[in-house]
Design a protein around this ligand. Structure first.
Ligand SMILES: [Zn+2]
Length: 620
């Protein structure tokens, strides 16, 4: 009996522990619908795009009523089958991920031309679209599969390929796509499971367009160079505020680095694509960045992204680029169908507006401005214009947990007039030099620059010339030149402070790299090499070595030397005395006092805090 009692107690203890290990609130997490603001009822003409269950070419997502999305393998098996049946399609691998998955790209050409050169020679405009640069935002993949079917084997939209060619990358962040879970996007309404935002090394591909750390973006840049698309679509899903728009899109603004393309997107692309979406029951809008996430009445901002982002990169390289952001709170089906309409209308529009699109691009590619903005900010003097905004009603309540006010979106459509604030004022303008010189020892930077398709020349003999160099705030003002305490995207970001430009006469040795700005990607080059540009290699921490002092003077040498310097230089003595009188910390520090003299000797390291990339000024 005793023994049985013991067993029973053990069993009870084990049971109790099992129960304790199951979170009491498990079902709080599983009902994701209950977490989100109310969904609006929706039906639209685009619903007729979904094929019946017995259609032999039903896509994996359609089989679930557009509530779930297939994994990588299922997607690629379906696509390979489609490609085998459709002579207009071919699939190529454009690279491979860190975990060994291919980045597949579908080439769609009615002429059955599948090489870059021959496709370009057809003269037809070429659209490139990809989905899943953030793999949890995967609507574009399932829309693209339906569209590829309809323009080929199903025969419903064959006309789309009559005058355009189409490149489609269904999943760019393939490794992130396979980190699947229902819990990857807490603010998003479906699909049932989705991939993860970043890649297998936690890098965000949509911050990588200039530095090129990731396989995915490197492969994409190679596609830009090789296939030369006329228009590029990057398909995402939002986070943030609730509103009526189900699909928002835009370029990088009218006043960015590609003004003609910026105007084309607003004046030609937006009206055509918006009206196609409206006709099919969708609610298109411009990209929305709320000024205050609690209240849309405070208005919203336009956004000109830096070149680390797809749309900023497109702007800086004069590649017409549209960022598409489906609204995360709309159900998956509505978002996929909206993306389908946007893709189809884009192809139609490109056939109609081929000439205007290419003219805008050429005009921006040919511009050789004297100076360019390093980035864009809000113009504080500008009175924001009021625009009609299709919002959703909201209220605020006091959050007991957070101890602060929280917004609650209540689901009722409201149309209101709210301020639209333009982020279009240059942060700083920097004069474009004729060329940059990079010492041979920094060839890793040059390799990344060349990956973009920027032409680089290596000096075969020494070059004696006048040049400009930047000295970063250092020595006495070193405090201004620092780094953010946390790593970002695997880098230590550098705040360059206010670099001081110096003109020197110098000789660059043979082997140095000379990179001219007089090329179509000249502005991108400037944005990667100027210290003040947020996406410069300097700010991304690629030049960390220059921030380290490596030689020091001992006090037993500096004290008598400083004494001699004071005796031989009356002005120096005067400056020293002024410094002692005005700077208490300095006066109290033997180290600082002696360092002050050391910096004024030829023993001091003149390369400390000297940015090694030189500018060759434009001829006068
Ligand atoms: Zn995204």
């Amino acid at each position: 009996m005793k023994y049985q009692f013991f067993l029973l107690s053990v069993l009870l203890v084990v049971l109790a522990e099992l129960v304790a290990s199951i979170p009491a609130t498990a079902d709080v997490f599983s009902d994701t619908e209950a977490l989100l603001p109310p969904a609006q009822k929706w039906s639209g003409k685009s619903e007729s795009l979904v094929v019946p269950a017995n259609d032999p070419w039903i896509t994996p997502a359609e089989r679930t009523g557009l509530t779930a999305t297939p994994g990588y393998d299922e997607t690629m098996v379906w696509l390979h089958k489609l490609v085998a049946a459709a002579p207009e399609l071919k699939m190529v691998s454009i690279g491979r991920s860190l975990q060994g998955r291919d980045f597949w790209m579908v080439i769609a050409s009615a002429d059955q031309i599948f090489t870059a050169e021959a496709l370009n020679a057809t003269g037809k405009p070429l659209l490139l679209a990809h989905s899943g640069i953030h793999a949890g935002e995967i609507d574009g993949k399932d829309a693209g599969l339906m569209l590829l079917r309809d323009m080929t084997v199903a025969g419903k939209r064959k006309e789309l390929l009559a005058n355009t060619n189409f490149l489609f990358i269904p999943i760019l962040n393939v490794d992130g796509h396979e980190r699947r879970s229902p819990y990857n996007r807490i603010n998003q309404r479906g699909p049932e499971e989705m991939g993860w935002r970043t890649n297998a090394r936690n890098q965000n591909l949509n911050r990588d367009f200039t530095k090129l750390d990731t396989e995915g973006v490197r492969a994409l840049i190679q596609v830009f160079r090789q296939w030369k698309p006329d228009l590029y679509l990057d398909l995402h899903v939002t986070d943030g505020a609730d509103y009526q728009y189900d699909i928002t899109f835009g370029g990088n603004g009218r006043s960015g680095w590609s003004p003609a393309i910026g105007n084309w997107i607003e004046d030609v692309y937006r009206p055509a694509v918006s009206s196609a979406l409206s006709e099919n029951g969708h609610e298109p809008g411009g990209l929305v960045f709320a000024t205050n996430g609690m209240d849309m009445k405070d208005g919203f901002l336009t956004w000109s992204g830096d070149p680390r982002f797809s749309n900023g990169y497109g702007d800086a390289t004069h590649l017409p680029t549209i960022l598409v952001e489906n609204h995360s709170l709309k159900p998956y089906m509505r978002r996929v169908l909206g993306t389908y309409i946007l893709l189809a209308e884009t192809l139609e529009l490109m056939a109609r507006e081929e000439v205007s699109l290419r003219q805008a691009t050429l005009s921006d590619r040919r511009q050789r401005p004297k100076s360019i903005p390093m980035g864009f900010k809000r113009n504080e003097n500008q009175v924001p214009e009021n625009v009609l905004f299709k919002g959703i009603s909201s209220e605020r309540y006091q959050g007991e947990v957070s101890g602060a006010e929280v917004v609650r979106w209540t689901g009722k459509p409201i149309n209101e007039s709210i301020p639209k604030v333009y982020i279009s004022e240059p942060t700083e303008m920097v004069e474009i030099p004729a060329a940059y010189i990079i010492p041979a020892v920094w060839s890793d930077i040059v390799e990344r620059i060349a990956l973009h398709g920027i032409e680089v020349e290596q000096l075969s003999k020494p070059l004696s010339t006048r040049a400009e160099v930047y000295r970063l705030p250092g020595a006495g003002i070193a405090e201004k030149s620092g780094w953010t305490p946390n790593p970002f995207e695997g880098h230590i970001r550098i705040d360059p402070g206010e670099p001081v430009k110096q003109v020197i006469e110098t000789t660059f040795p043979a082997g140095s790299y000379r990179i001219s700005t007089d090329q179509p990607l000249g502005e991108l080059l400037v944005l990667m090499l100027e210290p003040l540009a947020p996406d410069s290699f300097l700010q991304w921490g690629f030049f960390l070595e220059i921030f380290t002092r490596t030689e020091y003077a001992e006090a037993y040498v500096m004290e008598p030397l400083a004494q001699k310097m004071l005796e031989s230089d009356a002005k120096l003595k005067q400056r020293f005395e002024q410094k002692l009188a005005s700077d208490k910390e300095f006066a109290a520090s033997q180290h600082q006092r002696l360092k002050w003299f050391y910096e004024q000797t030829p023993f001091y390291d003149e390369q400390y805090l000297l940015y090694p990339v030189a500018r060759i000024p434009q001829p006068d």
